[in-house]
Design a protein around this ligand. Structure first.
Ligand code: ADP
Length: 383
């Protein structure tokens, strides 16, 4: 083992004087390099505009950079040693167990949007990324957290969603009355008008119906994005909801919609929203199978879940799109599909609603062979 001799000094490339431990300087170089690296990283952290914080495994703040001071208003001396929960506004304390749970499971949380409170009580929208910090033996000893202020962006999105919501409301009212009068005219032509006009008025009504569908999609989108889609929590008969959706769509289509299977058991949630899911899946089945004449809907029970399937015999969906089909705005854009109207919102809405009911949604489909969309919902206990 080497004996420490009189320390000399060396100057690192970023100007710090570092003591030399060994006269021959051999290990000193290694140490210098390491310290340079550390100082370099520390300088990056300190100069970052993002708030960079570290915390211990039990959630106490252990370091706090300039960005954090600028964002939250606390100096390091005021906050280091305090629990991170002081940054959480009263309604958002439930973030804490979620974040800590993910960390203890060794998972990283990326771009998680939430709210935080500053020293002077302002509520901020922040996007945070939290990564576990491990010691040399792999144990989690804390976490690093990067927070970015996204308040302006969230405010912009809120205004945009409000605009889309108002615009679609305003558009829907005149369109609905236009369709009602159009249908009246169709009836009058049937009774005593000139039958020559009938195909034209029917086309106008069809197109108005499509426009209303698109405007409704926009309305749903703005509600989904704004988190303003309230969900009821009541017991209801899933079979009844499916049956009602089938019956009302049957009135509007030439396809024969066949309902098979039954369950007496109830699920808990919002029957109207689940009805909308079934209607969306049925409408897609009809829309994407113009050459077929049948849709099969099944209701079944499986391992404590109601499983609903909606099968069409239409254009089908190529395998490579199955993972993307439930993403917002995703549309299959191969030549066959381009002719169908739509905005790629319906399936995303279905997924959102089903997941908010603790269920799952998936599909089986092959290009040219039709599609079957499935969703499952847990049965209410004891029912
Ligand atoms: P859209 O309004 O475009 O129909 P959706 O979110 O309902 O939006 O569907 C997303 C995309 O998935 C559609 O654009 C279409 O390409 C495809 N798709 C959905 N349902 C079916 C189906 N039953 N058969 C074939 N393709 C479908």
């Amino acid at each position: 083992m080497k004996k420490p001799t009189t320390p000399k000094t060396k100057t690192s490339s970023i100007g710090q004087k570092l003591p030399s431990i060994y006269a021959d300087g051999s290990e000193m170089d290694e140490m210098l390099k390491m310290m340079e690296k550390l100082l370099h990283w520390a300088a990056i952290v300190e100069s970052s505009d993002d708030a960079i914080i570290s915390k211990s495994a039990d959630g106490y703040i252990t370091s706090w950079n300039k960005g954090a001071q600028n964002l939250y208003g606390y100096k390091p001396s005021e906050i280091v040693g305090k629990p991170v929960s002081v940054l959480m506004p009263p309604g958002k304390q439930d973030d804490f167990p979620y974040i800590m749970g993910q960390l203890h499971a060794g998972k990283k949380i990326e771009h998680y949007e939430t709210k935080r409170v500053t020293k002077d009580g302002r509520i901020l929208d922040v996007s945070i990324t939290v990564s576990p910090i491990r010691d040399s033996s792999g144990h989690i000893i804390g976490a690093s957290k990067i927070a970015r202020d996204v308040t302006e962006r969230v405010e912009y999105e809120r205004r945009r969603d409000d605009f889309v919501s108002t615009a679609s409301h305003e558009l829907k009212t005149p369109l609905t009355s236009q369709l009602a009068f159009g249908e009246l005219l169709e009836e009058m032509i049937d009774r005593n008008g000139n039958a020559e006009y009938k195909p034209y008025i029917r086309k106008i009504n069809e197109q108005t119906g499509k426009l209303i569908g698109l405007v409704e999609d926009l309305l749903i989108l703005s509600r989904l994005r704004g988190g303003r889609l309230p969900i009821e929590n009541k017991l209801f008969s899933i079979h009844k909801v499916v049956k009602q959706a089938v019956e009302s769509l049957q009135l509007t289509t030439k396809h024969d919609i066949e309902l098979r299977g039954k369950t007496e058991r109830k699920v808990r949630g919002d029957s109207n929203r689940i009805g909308q899911v079934v209607t969306n899946l049925l409408s897609n089945g009809i829309k994407y199978s113009p050459k077929a004449d049948k849709i099969v809907v099944k209701v079944a029970e499986k391992n404590g879940f109601a499983v609903i399937s909606i099968q069409d015999f239409g254009i089908g969906i190529p395998n490579e799109y199955h993972g993307k089909i439930f993403e917002r705005f995703f549309r299959v854009s191969d030549t066959d599909e381009r002719t169908y109207p739509g905005m790629g919102i319906g399936l995303n809405f279905c997924k959102d609603i089903i997941e908010r009911h603790h269920g799952k949604i998936w599909l089986a489909s092959k290009k040219g062979e039709g599609s079957t969309f499935y969703f499952s919902l847990p049965f209410a206990h004891g029912k």
